[in-house]
Design a protein around this ligand. Structure first.
Ligand code: ATP
Ligand code: MG
Length: 240
């Protein structure tokens, strides 16, 4: 379980997260929507300890992420993160890119890492692309490779930050289908997205962020059908 308590985060004088409280339970899919600059990406980077925080707590499986005693490398193995774009190593094959971290970080043998890499690449529909080089993949395939790479570390949680927003429209669907599959398998996920249909169909809860505050969180039917905040209504009207 991920517990975020009264989280404050600033960049210099700019307060970017102004007291976020959010608990994400095992198996839950929480989608975060909101305008540009509202703090969505920053929240994800605070969850896996990529960014220091000003105050509050982020607790993952009982471990306080920002405590001095926390081993961030161990913690990050639990939490896979996939961004808008991931620069794969161009001189390594797809399988080599996916097996790199399991070998280097988890210390798996080449054979062990390859077995996991093949399984995860097949899982995201890239079983036929193992020995291809990343530059030969379409944008959607590259994003699915990035997802397979995160899954190869056997994470308990997956964080997705606008994984489809750099893609041509015709490639968005295949990546969203992959996310949907993971959700249906019970992966605990936090997805920042601009894809409202995805948020509505796949999430258990949708959170609306506005200027560093989680203005509203609720079931998708409530957020999309009966938003309680004026800002949520305005935002949804602007993206429809
Ligand atoms: N490393 C940084 N240094 C300084 N300011 C930053 C840094 N990262 C983000 N910010 C600022 O923090 C605020 C929140 O940024 P964040 O990236 O979390 O927004 P976002 O909701 O993800 O927006 P978008 O939808 O455009 O991705 C913005 O005002 C941004 O300029
Ligand atoms: Mg962002």
């Amino acid at each position: 379980m991920i517990e975020i308590q009264s989280l404050h985060k600033s960049f210099g004088p700019l307060e970017v997260l102004k007291g976020i409280d959010l608990t994400v339970n095992k198996g839950e899919v929480v989608t975060i929507i909101g305008g540009s600059g509202s703090g969505k990406s920053t929240l994800l980077t605070c969850i896996n300890g990529l960014e220091p925080i000003a105050s509050g707590k982020v607790i993952v499986d009982g471990i306080e992420v920002h405590a001095k005693s926390t081993n961030l490398n161990t913690l990050r193995q639990k939490i896979g993160i996939v961004f808008q774009q991931w620069n794969a190593f161009p001189h390594l094959t797809v399988l080599e890119n996916v097996t790199l971290a399991p070998r280097k970080v988890l210390g798996l043998s080449k054979a062990e890492a390859e077995a996991i890499g093949e399984k995860q690449l097949s899982h995201v529909g890239l079983g036929a692309k193992l020995s291809t080089y990343p530059t030969m993949l379409s944008g959607g395939q590259q994003q699915r490779m990035a997802i397979a790479r995160a899954l190869a570390m056997s994470p308990d949680y997956m964080l997705f930050d606008e994984v489809t927003s750099a893609l041509d429209p015709q490639l968005v669907g295949e990546v969203l289908e992959t996310l949907k599959m993971l959700a249906e398998e019970g992966m605990t996920m936090i997805c920042v997205t601009h894809e409202m249909a995805f948020a509505r169909d796949v999430s258990h809860r949708v959170a609306y962020f506005h200027r560093g505050v989680m203005a509203e969180i609720g079931a998708p039917e409530q957020i999309f059908g009966d938003p309680q905040h004026e800002e949520t209504r305005k935002f949804l009207a602007s993206v429809r």
